[in-house]
Design a protein. Structure first.
Length: 157
């Protein structure tokens, strides 16, 4: 006899990062939001809103993108992956970040009464506090120590 483990939507929880997401102007950004355990959300409503004014950043309703109430500044700059929704991943992709995108965002699944918030900080190019793993520098040790003030440098042969 085999058992099939079925997770009820009531047992799910929603997860967003605690740390702010940081991006430079013009970068593409991903705002993570994940249902745990993963459930198929393809036939559900998934909304992303700004926390301060509840304005719609992105709305997905029953297999359709709903852009009627979407803020103009996010049109054609945001999306969700429909394939990812089938496993409970509601990550919002935002293209070409702008300073005005900085703020708190809410990921919401109304039918499950689940939501979480995450923060986005957009900075001018070169002002990022992030540690970039693809950027590194190497420096060689100095050939000799510079003389201390008041001391002369002598070379021994």
């Amino acid at each position: 006899m085999s058992c099939l483990n079925v997770v009820s939507p009531e047992a799910a929880r929603i997860i967003c990062p605690n740390e702010p997401i940081e991006a430079e102007i013009g970068e593409d950004v991903r705002l993570p939001c994940l249902l745990d355990p993963g459930l198929d959300l393809s036939n559900r409503t998934v909304d992303w809103t700004r926390v301060n004014d509840s304005k719609v950043v992105f709305s997905y309703r029953s297999r359709m993108i709903n852009d009627i109430d979407q803020l103009e500044q996010y049109r054609n700059r945001t999306r969700l992956s429909r394939e990812d929704l089938s496993v409970g991943n509601m990550e919002l992709q935002m293209f070409s970040a702008q300073l005005s995108d900085s703020g708190r965002y809410r990921c919401l699944v109304p039918q499950l009464r689940l939501s979480c918030t995450t923060s986005l900080i957009v900075v001018n190019k070169g002002q990022s506090n992030r540690t970039k793993t693809d950027d590194f520098t190497t420096s060689a040790a100095p050939l000799e120590e510079p003389p201390s003030p008041g001391k002369s440098l002598s070379l021994q042969t």
